[in-house]
Design a protein around this ligand. Sequence first.
Ligand code: NAP
Length: 241
Amino acid sequence: MTGPGMLDQQVAVITGAGSGIGRAAAVALAAHGAKCVLVGRRPEALTETASELSTTSTIVAADLRDSATADIIVSTALAEYGRIDLIVHNAGVFAKRELSDIDRDYWDGIIELNLTAPMELSRLAWPSLIKSHGQIVLVSSLAVVQAFPGNAAYAASKAGLNALGEVMALEGREHGIRIITVCPGQVDTPLWDEDVPDDVRARMMRPEAVGDLIASLVTTDRGIDMSPVVIRPPVDPWQAK
Ligand SMILES: NC(=O)c1ccc[n+]([C@@H]2O[C@H](COP(=O)([O-])OP(=O)(O)OC[C@H]3O[C@@H](n4cnc5c(N)ncnc54)[C@H](OP(=O)(O)O)[C@@H]3O)[C@@H](O)[C@H]2O)c1
């Protein structure tokens, strides 16, 4: 059974919830009844997301690259709602540089947000997820299975995320924790705000569709485990004739 009410009494932490896929996932999870903890740096964007939700929510406006942030998120969720059932690790940075132009600061900045932050938040929330037999969604990327020029740091960060997910799935299984990794192709979000023609963006997936997919996946029967779920637009938005 899936549908409204499936996540009643459940508490979902969504990172990068102020825009794009994160906002859409929060809306979709709230539609299933989840209370939401919305994480991102811009409080006004998170407040806007909160206003779109059909359930109660709390905002944590913080930078996930700061070492204190994961602890603040977990403490806030537990203080407000007493439990954590779901984490959607969605906050991420997409940037392109050819290998010869990559310096250590650039590399570290991408790895810190896309890979280290999900590890740290998962680690600190793990005891709560054990109690709730909770779930983790990792928003990875098509870049893990398809190479694009300029993507060395981004693809490596997302490939690391997939690997982290595989190990957490093994370690979480005995505790009833499920890990779901979603690898999207192009989604029309602010990530593409710079210099992408309108017709190309129009051929990308809608963030609402991806948010709905995330909510559908976490409400599937817990007797189902999933390999990374790769999703893409029906035609390549850049190549379409
Ligand atoms: N759009 C695509 O085509 C696509 C394809 C594959 C995978 N993805 C992945 O999907 C995820 C969401 O991206 P999106 O497409 O929805 O783009 P987006 O709208 O730019 O979302 C990124 C979110 O991450 C938050 N964020 C960025 N840096 C942060 C930081 N240091 N600390 C806390 N939050 C931070 C941003 O909020 P603040 O600026 O307020 O912090 C923003 O809400 C990313 O992991 C991305 O890699 C996207």
